[in-house]
Write a protein that binds this ligand. Structure first.
Ligand code: C5P
Length: 414
């Protein structure tokens, strides 16, 4: 697969034992067609010979800021990069990046780069869990940097725990995702993507409603990333404080029935429908016309079922399998079995299963950890990441499905 043809990747390597794996990553990137510029820190050079990377990438390995001063190496390298990845990223290099230091070629180059940056931490568990490292990682995440890993497993010196660098194929997938996000000729370009987001509200009386904890963050992130990839995006938003992402058309709704109507309004011209909203399954059978009064006693609220928008779309869809349907589910246990059952029940192509059992993922937080299940049996595990990164991985899957549909129908449908 030459899915990185024409993409220039800046491969930063810092000084950990995992540096040897950077050679494998370089091999994967080159094999996918990327042009790879390796930049090694002084520590990395003690673990990995520059000649190895030169042999694999066919490019000169830059050593330090004084190498090629006349060509203004750091600025040129930084500007040329379409994607930058630091693999492995030591605690020290994460700290330097978080604080904007520029004390070697790698950090100087990354300050000059405006492309997406991925860092893959690798260190002992204590160092990873140290508040200083965690704070640095938060700073980087807040700046839009993708923090990939660390994985859990054996570490140097017989230890084990979180701290292993992610495997080269996972890093390769992240580079591919970042490269796709910056390309305007990707599979989402020109497509109409409909995203629903937020938690619906079901009126009890003019001032009260039944609601849920969904903040809308995941759906808004999906809308933003899809727009960034050149899609025409309609965001059907249940009440949310979040600002409308740039380039996105927003339709505000309140209840499940409003959302149902708004989805059907745009359905004819949708290539993709992503149902990230938390839709109330039930609503009060009738909303009181005036505010319920305490003095009138405890009210009994009779509930009736709302339409299941996603299941209805799945059932109504024609044999051409368009639009691509993506649903969400929250599961606490047996993710695969419960997720597959829901995927089938809803008639969707993709089901994103949120892990709601942990406090750092799901509702009301900035990060998420999901499993992406596809109708044909594929499964993608996305480790804890920002909602923007999770959105990117979900839209990669959607992009592949659009490309496959095009191939099946013998041409572009959009
Ligand atoms: O059945 P469950 O609520 O777990 O399914 C969640 C998925 O179904 C989400 O994608 C959600 O947006 C969608 N859904 C819907 N209409 C409903 C309930 C859920 O579209 N009434």
């Amino acid at each position: 697969m030459d899915d990185l043809r024409g993409v220039r990747v800046l491969l930063g390597v810092s000084g950990g034992i995992a540096a040897y794996k950077a050679a494998l990553l370089a091999r994967l990137l080159v094999g996918a067609g990327a042009e790879v510029d390796p930049v090694l820190t002084a520590g990395a050079r003690r673990f990995l010979g520059a000649a190895t990377l030169e042999g694999i990438t066919g490019r000169h390995v830059r050593e330090d800021v004084w190498d090629g001063i006349a060509q203004d190496t750091h600025v040129a390298l930084g500007r040329a990069a379409d994607v930058a990845i630091v693999y492995p990223a030591t605690a020290h290099t994460l700290a330097r990046l978080a604080h904007g230091l520029a004390d070697d070629l790698l950090t100087t180059t990354l300050l000059a780069a405006t492309c997406p940056l991925i860092v893959c931490p690798a260190m002992h568990t204590e160092m990873w869990e140290h508040p200083a490292t965690q704070a640095n990682v938060e700073v980087l995440r807040g700046r839009g940097v993708t923090v990939l890993g660390p994985a859990v497993g054996p570490l140097m010196g017989g230890d084990a725990g979180p701290g292993r660098v992610v495997e080269p194929d996972e890093a390769h997938a992240a580079v591919r995702a970042a490269a796709t996000s910056t390309r305007s000729d990707g599979p989402l370009a020109g497509r109409h993507v409909v995203v629903t987001a937020g938690g619906t509200r079901e009126a009890i009386d003019p001032v009260r409603f039944l609601g849920n904890r969904s903040s809308g963050r995941m759906g808004f992130a999906l809308a933003a990333v899809a727009a960034g990839r050149g899609a025409r995006v309609t965001l059907i938003a249940a009440p949310s404080e979040l600002p409308t992402p740039e380039g996105v058309r927003r339709v505000d709704v309140v209840s499940a029935r409003d959302m149902h109507a708004a989805v059907h309004e745009v359905l004819d011209e949708a290539d993709v429908v992503v149902k990230a909203a938390a839709v109330a399954d039930f609503r009060p059978a009738s909303a009181a016309a005036s505010k319920l009064k305490k003095a009138d006693g405890t009210p009994a609220i009779e509930l009736v079922a709302n339409p299941d928008i996603l299941a209805e779309l799945g059932a109504q869809r024609g044999s051409d399998d368009t639009p691509v349907l993506v649903g969400f589910a929250a599961e606490t246990d047996d993710v695969e079995a419960n997720g597959r059952a829901k995927l089938a029940a809803k008639g969707a192509d993709v089901l994103v299963v949120n892990d709601v059992a942990s406090s750092d993922a799901g509702f009301e937080v900035e990060t998420n950890r999901v499993v992406i299940l596809e109708r044909d049996g594929a499964r993608t595990d996305v480790p804890l990441a920002s909602k923007a990164d999770v959105a990117a991985r979900i839209l990669d899957v959607v992009g592949h499905r659009l490309t496959a549909l095009d191939a099946h129908h013998g041409g572009s449908s959009g």
